[in-house]
Ligand binder design. Structure first.
Ligand code: FES
Length: 349
């Protein structure tokens, strides 16, 4: 650029001078808005096309990043670790999900900003204050302004931008949908069943030996689990959280509930040890009253009356397991629980 060109461009325009003169003459006068300076895109359609392509490229990159997000979620195993300088060892899944989602969101934002700065109208307008109540002509003006704004944004004219923007905005939420897979498989019928089944012997959790009726004395509280379950099993904690039993012996004449008596063996009754409030293991037995107490929130159940709730927040009685004796003289289950054990969704109102 020659020095002559530079000095000509640097000179204030006629309009600028008039504006400055008005301010100099009366410093308290409303200076109004400075004159609008057109951008290169306003003057040159080729520059506008370049900006349009840039915006479309950003929205398209966002779409590709969303596809990469979904692909990396499927491709990388959760436990895959990679070395990335300067971060060190990081989870491949976390890194790829973070990067791709970041790029997808950034490109939408950058595309919108570039669009607004280069292609949408940047002419400033002054709007005089008016009463809050909108008169019909004001409403009409709002609608006209809205239509003008829509026209200035060129949404209808620049179809490439419009379509890629809608595509990018529609695809980003897919990232959230695929993350639902992290909630794990559906429980299906697992919550309704335990390991108990007909013929499974009751194993004393203290001695790890099959329980015999003579091992259960009046006034004692014995804990049992199903045969075949071992503390070495990888899913032991999951299973025992549903299978654990409380065994007590009552005098048959003390049992008030008819079904409880039928499901017992000579006064020996087996109830789920899992509290029906929020699932704490019950461990306190009051032999005089036949009440068991949950230590978490003091729900109290009457074992002589179908383990119904007599105090506390638990919503329903402890499920009972039907028991008998097998030909070896050991206590055995005569089936699974007939209702889900523990708390939660089966809280039947
Ligand atoms: S968990 Fe038993 S009373 Fe709350």
């Amino acid at each position: 650029m020659s020095s002559q060109e530079f000095s000509e461009k640097s000179l204030p325009s006629e309009q600028d001078t008039a504006h400055g003169t008005a301010v100099a003459e009366n410093p308290f006068a409303d200076p109004g808005l400075p004159p609008h300076k057109p951008r290169i895109q306003d003057l040159d359609e080729r520059a506008a096309k370049r900006s349009e392509r840039t915006v479309a490229l950003l929205f398209t990159t966002s779409m590709l990043a969303t596809v990469a997000f979904i692909a990396s979620f499927v491709i990388f195993p959760v436990d895959k670790i990679v070395y990335v300088w300067p971060l060190g060892h990081v989870s491949a899944t976390n890194l790829s999900l973070g990067l791709t989602l970041g790029i997808a969101l950034f490109c939408i934002g950058a595309g919108a900003v570039h669009w607004a700065r280069t292609l949408m109208s940047d002419e400033e307008v002054a709007d005089d204050r008016h009463p809050i109540e909108a008169a019909p002509d004001v409403k009409a003006k709002v609608m006209a302004d809205f239509a003008a704004g829509a026209e200035e944004s060129a949404l209808g004219r620049r179809k490439l931008i419009r379509n890629t923007m809608f595509g990018a905005l529609a695809m980003v939420p897919l990232s959230g949908i695929v993350l639902l897979r992290e909630l794990g498989p559906l429980p299906e019928k697992k919550l309704f069943h335990t390991s108990w089944a007909k013929g499974k012997q009751l194993i004393n959790m203290n001695t790890m030996e099959p329980l015999r009726p003579e091992d259960v004395t009046v006034g004692s509280l014995t804990f049992a689990m199903p045969e075949g379950l071992s503390e070495e099993d990888h899913d032991f904690n999951t299973k025992i959280a549903k299978d654990a039993l409380m065994i007590v012996r009552l005098q048959p004449e003390d049992i008030k509930d008819k079904r409880e008596l039928e499901w017992s063996h000579q006064g020996i009754v087996a109830f789920s040890k899992i509290c029906t409030h929020v699932g704490c293991p019950i461990s306190l037995y009051e032999q005089q009253t036949h009440h068991v107490l949950c230590p978490c929130h003091q729900s109290t159940f009457d074992l002589s009356d179908g383990a119904r709730v007599i105090f506390g927040p638990a919503g329903h009685a402890l499920p009972q397991l039907r028991i008998g004796v097998n030909d070896k003289g050991n206590l055995e289950a005569l089936g699974d629980f007939e209702e889900p054990v523990g708390p939660a969704f089966w809280e039947r109102g």
